[in-house]
Write a protein that binds this ligand. Structure first.
Ligand code: AMP
Length: 282
């Protein structure tokens, strides 16, 4: 398996693949890989000739320095996990200087308002950081297809918008959320939860499932009030936001329109660990 750290080496490899008419699948990650990431890699392997996985903890998308410092970094284990699936994957794991030079800062993006919803309200500058790194990676990897998890549904919509607005020649593919047996969405941050906290955190998905059941019979306002009350009964989880929003533009539901798709979104804290999840409602 090839592990590249320099962008020039990556670009050279990409040029060779393009010359050989190979299609390239790309899975950007921040490492600490789990089955959620691996499901994306498997999907990429099943539809592309060659797959590039980037492993880079992107500093500009962290608005909280403590979260950045505590973010797990497990490159050796990550490589072992990928090897078990395929020895053919190219891993790109650059130091920050390869991606940012001397100035670690974000470019400014407009994502037509998507960036102001939900995560954008609570994570200042987060999506400028995401846009900056993904655009640079796309320019280096030149993928035919790029795979993103619905776990970060808002990010997925934002990447589609990035591609549209910048005329990038890549197909963005959304992949289903991979869950633990308890229903908790897999996340690198779950590793920082104690066994008890991890068990309790399954509450988030239980609530989302109940919201799905109630959607269509109760109003969004009634459902929101119910969710807020339910979280009060679970003091070890602190609700940051609950929203039912249009699945395309992520605008909070006004009045249900049967012809539109909606999703419910939750962000909640277990101690200082922030967890997000979402579910399709119709
Ligand atoms: P991250 O390493 O957290 O930046 O995630 C890298 C990619 O994996 C993103 O596209 C995520 O949405 C995706 N991902 C993370 N967790 C999951 C999961 N539980 N199921 C599916 N995709 C996931």
């Amino acid at each position: 398996m090839q592990i590249l750290k320099e962008k020039e080496a990556l670009k050279k490899k990409v040029r060779a693949l393009k010359n050989d008419q190979k299609s390239i699948g790309f899975v950007p990650t921040m490492g600490a890989l789990h089955e959620g990431h691996l499901s994306l890699i498997k999907q990429a392997l099943s539809t592309c000739d060659k797959v590039v996985v980037s492993i880079f903890v992107n500093p500009t998308q962290f608005e909280n320095q403590d979260d950045l410092q505590k973010y797990p970094r497990t490159l050796d284990e990550d490589v072992e996990q990928i090897k078990k699936i395929s020895e053919e994957v190219i891993v790109f794991s650059p130091p920050a200087s390869e991606m940012y030079g001397d100035t670690v800062s974000s470019e400014e993006f407009s994502f037509d308002g998507l960036e102001h919803q939900m995560e954008g309200r609570f994570r200042q500058g987060h999506f400028n950081g995401v846009g900056t790194i993904v655009k640079r990676l796309f320019e280096m990897v030149e993928p035919d297809k790029a795979f993103f998890g619905e776990k970060d549904y808002q990010q997925l919509q934002i990447i589609k918008k990035l591609v549209e607005k910048h005329g990038l020649d890549v197909e963005v593919i959304g992949c289903p959320i991979f869950r633990e047996t308890s229903g908790l969405a897999r996340s690198s941050r779950n590793e920082r939860l104690s066994p008890k906290e991890r068990q309790t955190a399954a509450f988030i998905y239980e609530i989302l499932q109940q919201v799905k059941e109630e959607f269509g019979t109760k109003s969004a306002k009634e459902i929101s009030t119910w969710v807020t009350e339910k979280f009060k009964s679970q003091p070890s989880l602190v609700l940051e936001y609950f929203e039912i929003a249009n699945a395309d533009d992520l605008v909070s539901i006004q009045e249900e329109d049967k012809s539109k798709k909606y999703r419910a979104f939750i962000a909640a804290y277990s101690g200082d660990i922030r967890l997000i999840d979402n579910i399709a409602l119709n």
